[in-house]
Write a new protein. Structure first.
Lengths: 80, 141
């Protein structure tokens, strides 16, 4: 199981705060992004920050996900 | 005693947080504070309230890291960061940063650094609610 979370403007565009995907060996966060971007193109237009298990990741991070991983696709922050 | 780093729905008190800091250390010679408030006007629009959303676990961890970094970098004795979530009405408090040091200069510098870094690094988003509708705020310096 891969737990995908959305907050703020991205959640509004996906219409969901959480999506659960099936786990498979070798799955990378980029694969999850590609799958969900096809479903929610408008939401992913504003995604600029990604976190896996609470840590920011970049395109260079290609370590396969573990079963139970939490991925968050986020837009630029605007707190404060 | 309140935690030094908090995300909370309820309002907070500048006096209470400063008082708590003073009670924790009598070595502090200078305290600086930044209090961010909800404006009732933004751009060309009246703003009734602001809705805050956050990736709570990561935001709290990031604010704790910021506090640790500020204490190390500026030689602070203490620091406190409180940010509200949920609905904040115009005129109410949003965020409070309090920094305590032996002298004023590091307290001022750290306070400015902390609010700038919070805006860049804490996964928090705000939506302005106006009589004309709602819109997520685009980050600005």
């Amino acid at each position: 199981m891969i737990n995908v979370l959305f907050f703020g403007p991205v959640a509004e565009r996906t219409g969901a705060r959480q999506i659960v995907l099936n786990f498979r060996e070798g799955l990378r966060w980029q694969d999850v992004r590609d799958t969900l971007r096809a479903r929610h193109p408008e939401a992913f237009k504003i995604v600029s920050i990604v976190a896996v298990n609470g840590q920011r990741v970049g395109e260079q991070d290609t370590v396969p996900l573990a079963d139970g991983a939490e991925i968050v696709f986020m837009s630029a922050f605007s707190g404060g | 005693m309140n935690d030094a780093v908090r995300l909370q729905l309820e309002d907070f008190s500048l006096d209470v947080e400063v008082g708590a800091m003073r009670a924790r250390s009598k070595r502090i010679g200078g305290i600086a504070a930044f209090l961010g408030c909800a404006r009732d006007f933004s751009g060309e629009h009246e703003v009734c309230e602001i809705a805050f959303d956050a990736y709570h676990n990561m935001a709290l961890a990031e604010l704790s890291s910021l506090r640790d970094e500020a204490i190390a970098q500026f030689g602070l004795i203490d620091a406190c960061i409180v940010h509200r979530l949920g609905i904040v009405h115009a005129g109410e408090n949003i965020v409070l940063i309090v920094t305590g040091a032996e002298h004023r200069s590091p307290a001022f510098d750290a306070c400015r650094w902390l609010i700038d870094e919070l805006k860049a690094r804490a996964p928090i988003w705000k939506k302005e609610i106006t009589p004309q509708g709602e819109s997520w705020v685009t980050p600005h310096p």
